[in-house]
Design a binder for this molecule. Structure first.
Ligand code: DAH
Length: 358
């Protein structure tokens, strides 16, 4: 038995002295390889009596397990040393300027990112802060708290991707809109609230104008004495800034969303000239967003007293805004990662203008 202890001590010393992964590997082969010391011990069991085999087998096995563990620990330690050494010695100077003639390799900002940044910029100037929420939501935040209960027909419109859940009650899903961020914010903070929430959203839908993954921006204002006039003024200012048109003709059409009452959809006037959309002229209308006064039921669901606070909310599709602003016609092209497309529609990170000059 003491022989076994000696072997274990001896291997530990050898392991502790290994300076590199290669050293360690050599020791491993010497001890545990086919002809290694410990493997030979194991083989020797075939030559002993059954009683001896029991006792010896157990201790040989323990020895093998202990030695394996010691190898694993040392391997981990040496791997970390390799990483630390690389971090210390590999130098990457990110401040170096681009080599002349390699301009084509410059990355471009994707129009979706650019649109989100632009919308955030505009709303930051209106004193809004940015909130985010997770892609995977629960049923309560995505539907129930927004006044879309189980049997509500609006649920059908959402073509939801459900995750496989063991527990039906705690059913998880890919959020179908950014509106659950309203709920999260109202539950977590008290009014006044003034936020926008950009993010990915998911619906089981796929054609030239729908993608199973797309982006929305949600807006929410909760305070005392808020009315529809505030909503209309804010949305008008946003659209004028975003589409870079002053005195933009807009129109609010009555609509229905379970989480707002009254609800509206907002359109802007446009005309198509030489196959290009011009905003603010003509008498055709383009739908831009959905909005309304937050339904008191939703406020109550988030423990906000509707007799004290009111608010409005709005939600818009980023792809749609981006397609309109930059003249992109097929939603699927956003996600195809085609270099020619991104070179054409993307934005230079240095001067933030697109190669199309927009
Ligand atoms: N969540 C809606 C959708 O995905 C969009 C929306 C409409 C959001 C009205 C709002 C709103 O906050 O007030 O279709």
């Amino acid at each position: 038995m003491s022989n076994i202890k000696d072997i274990e001590d001896n291997v530990s010393v050898e392991i502790s002295q290994a300076k590199s992964l290669e050293d360690l590997q050599k020791i491993k082969i010497k001890e545990l390889g086919k002809k290694g010391r410990i493997s030979s011990l194991m083989k020797s069991l075939s030559k002993v009596s059954n009683e001896e085999k029991k006792a010896l087998g157990k201790s040989y096995n323990e020895l093998r397990i202990n030695v394996l563990k010691a190898f694993e620990l040392k391997e981990q330690e040496l791997k970390e040393l390799v990483i630390l050494d690389r971090i210390k010695n590999d130098k990457l100077d990110v401040t170096l300027s681009v080599r002349p003639g390699s301009n084509n390799d410059e990355g471009k900002i994707h129009p979706i990112s650019r649109t989100i940044d632009t919308v955030i910029d505009i709303f930051s100037n209106f004193n809004f802060t940015v909130e985010t929420g997770p892609d995977i939501e629960n049923d309560f935040n995505n539907f129930t708290a927004l006044n879309i209960p189980e049997d509500h027909p609006a649920r059908q419109d959402h073509d939801t991707f459900y995750l496989k859940n063991k527990n039906e009650e705690d059913r998880k899903l890919l959020r179908t809109h950014t509106s659950p961020v309203q709920i999260r914010t109202m539950i977590d903070t008290s009014p006044p609230i003034r936020i926008i929430a950009p993010g990915r959203t998911f619906r089981c839908d796929d054609d030239a104008t729908h993608s199973p993954m797309f982006h929305q921006i949600e807006g929410l204002v909760i305070d005392k004495n808020i009315n529809m006039g505030h909503l209309k003024g804010l949305i008008r200012s946003f659209c004028e800034e975003f589409f870079e048109v002053s005195d933009l003709p807009i129109r609010f059409r009555p609509s229905y969303f379970p989480f707002t009452e009254p609800s509206a959809e907002m359109d802007i006037a446009y005309i198509k000239k030489d196959n290009v959309l011009k905003f603010g002229e003509g008498d055709d209308w383009l739908e831009i967003l959905g909005c309304g006064m937050v339904n008191p039921v939703v406020l109550e669901n988030c423990k906000i007293d509707p007799s004290k606070y009111q608010g409005f909310a709005f939600g818009m599709g980023i792809e749609r805004l981006s397609m309109l602003k930059y003249g992109i016609t097929d939603i699927r092209s956003f996600y195809e990662s085609d270099f020619r497309w991104i070179n054409h529609y993307g934005f230079s990170p240095m001067n933030l203008t697109s190669s199309t000059g927009l």
